[in-house]
Design a protein around this ligand. Structure first.
Ligand code: ADP
Ligand code: MG
Length: 285
């Protein structure tokens, strides 16, 4: 065709289900030296399920799940949706719902103050349950009632079938180990990393920590392409040289922060388009 190579590559990318915002973005994709990957909703299919309900003595599993699900009612996070899906209906209504990005939710449920959140050192009473679930590669969240831990919910997520091949392709193309940036715990991160062949694993990161990790890679001379699901990686997507959002499930905010949107529900689309961008650059230069 007579189209300039970069524009022609953008058109080809869109046929692969990848929307590239501009020719400048495509050029930057072509000089990527390292790829950062979010875990939940990116390397996994983003639909975790509750696999264990573990109340502390004095509470029942049904009660624990019902309180947690009511508090998560308004949540848009995959963890919140999984907890709602696991509970019996009808749910009590959540009042004063609050979501803290990358850490959890709180709400008033039937007059009780309920929190569902990532474990903290203050949750001593459930520490053994948390450690046990995390060692099994699961995501553990702590349910608190009126300021005290009441039990633990464990969630597991399915690894996307194409994830290992996509990680290998990204490593080949950049010559650098892809980096896993996740808010999840080290046990769950390590278990996922082993399944997809990732060796550089950075767990326990808040959204702003993910952005800081991107900046650190850039200071080390890298051109960073970051792939996120958009649930809470907006700052990191904006910081990366190229922010790529999996378009199916991300938030509007993340879609706006992204330079590239993967519309097709397939991780392999990213290495395909990076390869395309590299070829297009060679034609231009
Ligand atoms: P990832 O980086 O793997 O996508 P997130 O940053 O979305 O993970 O979440 C990090 C952690 O914060 C979760 O593993 C969980 O412990 C906690 N968390 C986030 N949102 C919620 C929620 N709605 N309910 C309970 N816990 C949550
Ligand atoms: Mg995520």
């Amino acid at each position: 065709s007579t189209m300039p190579p970069l524009l022609s590559a953008i058109a080809t990318a869109s046929r692969h289900g990848v929307l590239v915002r501009s020719a400048v973005v495509l050029e930057r994709l072509g000089v990527t030296t390292v790829v950062g990957l979010d875990k939940t909703g990116t390397l996994t299919d983003g639909t975790p399920a509750v696999v264990a309900v573990r109340p502390l003595p004095g509470r029942t599993a049904d009660e624990l799940l019902a309180l947690a699900a009511a508090a998560e009612g308004p949540s848009e996070h995959p963890i919140g949706r999984a907890i709602v899906a696991a509970a019996r209906r009808p749910l009590d209504r959540a009042e004063d719902f609050r979501a803290a990005v990358g850490s959890g939710v709180s709400a008033t449920v039937a007059g009780r103050q309920v929190t569902v959140a990532a474990p903290t050192p203050a949750d001593g009473a459930v520490a053994a349950l948390v450690t046990e679930e995390q060692a099994a590669g699961r995501t553990a969240v702590v349910v608190g009632v009126d300021g005290r831990p009441a039990g633990v919910l464990a969630l597991a997520d399915r690894v996307r079938p194409e994830a290992a091949a996509a990680v290998a392709a990204l490593r080949r193309q950049t010559g650098t180990e892809p980096v896993l940036l996740t808010g999840d715990n080290a046990g769950a991160a390590r278990s996922l990393a082993d399944q997809v062949g990732l060796v550089d694993v950075r767990p326990g990161l808040l959204p702003e920590d993910k952005a800081a990790a991107v900046t650190e890679l850039q200071r080390a001379g890298h051109r960073v392409t970051l792939l996120g699901d958009g649930v809470n990686d907006a700052p990191a997507l904006a910081t990366a040289d190229v922010g790529v959002a999996m378009g199916g499930i991300g938030s509007d905010l993340a879609l706006r922060s992204a330079d590239v949107i993967v519309v097709r529900d397939d991780l392999a689309a990213l290495p395909t388009v990076i390869a395309l961008a590299r070829r297009a650059r060679r034609l231009v230069v």
